[in-house]
Design a protein around this ligand. Sequence first.
Ligand code: SAM
Length: 268
Amino acid sequence: MFFQKPLSLFMHKPRKRFGQHFLHDQNIIHRMIDTLSPTSSDVIIEIGPGKGALTFSLLMQHPNLIAIEIDRDLVERLMRMTKSYSNFTLIQSDVLNFDFSTLPPNQKIIGNLPYNISTPLLFHLLEYKNSIRELIFMLQKEVVERMCAEVNTPDYGRLSIMLQRDFEIESLFDVPNTAFDPPPQVESAVVRLMPKSATKLLDYTLFSDIVREAFQYRRKTLRHALGRFFSEADLEKNGISSKSRPAELTLHDFEKLANYLVTEQRHV
Ligand code: SAM
């Protein structure tokens, strides 16, 4: 009876479809946790606890820890290993469908994220920005560069604009591939996002639609890329050349354009 499932539990074969690269470098684990500096009064949410590399170090600080993991085998394994911790809740769920508003507010969220879903996950978390206090993530370095990118650079795009509107973003440190098992084939970095107060938008969905549309056609001039929303005259009225490209527009430009359509009462 006792030997029914030990192999799947203790010799877990990393699953590519879940982006499993387990952290084993204690120095990196401690640096991530020190950055978050959890206390016993914090609500900490860990995305993808896996085998518990970050989880156990977090539990040592006695926060109220909630972890969300998709892999049933890893959930079962972690359940067994954390039985004695009353401050730990493990939820088996796909984080992309998870409703963060069901958890207490003022959330500090941490994770060595599955790289294959990192961009949709960042957009999913944006929906809960009002209940977020801090985000600390291990991500593909290329994604971190896109998150932090400045206007008119090759990495600047929809992800940069949508995140920079609501968060101060800081790339903290790079992480070598040797910190993971198995090592990922891409470079990694740890990033911190802190909420900031954003300027007023009359219609956030419209703003988001305009940014999405612009970067679907990032090589086109604005006249073509945003033709569905704006005439050349509209753009010029807002001090924006219709010959410029989407990546030349600042966050403020996009906000101004979205508000302009609302005040003109011409939502598309
Ligand atoms: N935190 C562990 C560590 O650092 O060793 C594991 C990190 S591993 C890069 C990503 C983790 O996220 C895995 O445990 C994986 O099963 C989990 N995961 C992948 N996709 C997920 C999803 N859609 N929802 C929740 N967890 C997911």
